[in-house]
Design a protein. Structure first.
Length: 126
């Protein structure tokens, strides 16, 4: 499966270059060939997120979590997707897991603080 690895490497290079649409195209091929590779599913999720395809990104982050439930970045990504889709309680749950799994990550902490604040603002007080 040398071709799959090459597609993955090409997709990652395109992600680093900020070309999310091209990355998604290449990574879709890799994911179709190796659907049980969490790293490929996570990279494809990142590409979809970058193209603002939040439902598709969530599906890929979820697939990555099915493969490896302790993938802190997949929890982080799922949380961001859920937040963008307006599913704030679920978003906060995933972001809390990411923070517990990788304490001290400023990206995770910042996202959790933002989404918790939005959730409080959206929840009617008693």
């Amino acid at each position: 499966m040398a071709a799959v690895y090459e597609w993955y490497q090409q997709g990652m290079a395109l992600l680093r270059a900020g070309d999310n649409h091209a990355a998604a195209t290449v990574l879709e091929r890799a994911a179709a060939a190796e659907p049980d590779k969490g790293s490929i599913r996570e990279a494809l999720a990142r590409a979809y997120f970058g193209t603002r395809r939040f439902s598709a990104a969530l599906a890929e982050f979820t697939a990555a979590l099915d493969i490896s439930p302790v993938d802190d970045y997949a929890h982080f990504g799922a949380g961001l997707c859920l937040g963008r889709l307006g599913r704030l309680p679920e978003a906060v749950g995933h972001l809390r897991l990411a923070n517990v799994m990788r304490p001290g990550n400023s990206d995770y902490e910042g996202a959790l603080a933002r989404y918790e604040a939005w959730l409080r603002a959206a929840t009617p007080s008693e």
